[in-house]
Design a protein around this ligand. Structure first.
Ligand SMILES: [Zn+2]
Length: 76
């Protein structure tokens, strides 16, 4: 069963309202699981320099309603 709460939709609609000329507003969602992720950044040593990398971390719970994402949802 898909996660059904309109938290994301509400935020997306609010963004759209504020920036009415923006198109295709995409939330940070992992395509296959539908889970929301956060991007952490870090400096990774690379050939004597540091390179900034992004580390996407999937959330285990919905940040809007607090419901846990089920493993079924992750699998489909
Ligand atoms: Zn939710």
């Amino acid at each position: 069963m898909k996660h059904e709460c309109d938290g994301l939709k509400t935020v997306t609609q609010a963004i759209q309202k504020q920036f009415s000329d923006y198109e295709n507003i995409e939330p940070p969602i992992e395509l296959f699981s539908g889970q929301i992720y956060l991007n952490f950044t870090a400096d990774k040593p690379f050939r004597g320099k540091k390179k900034q990398v992004e580390i996407p971390v999937l959330l285990s719970k919905c940040p809007f309603c607090g419901e846990k994402y089920t493993s079924k949802e992750v699998a489909t």
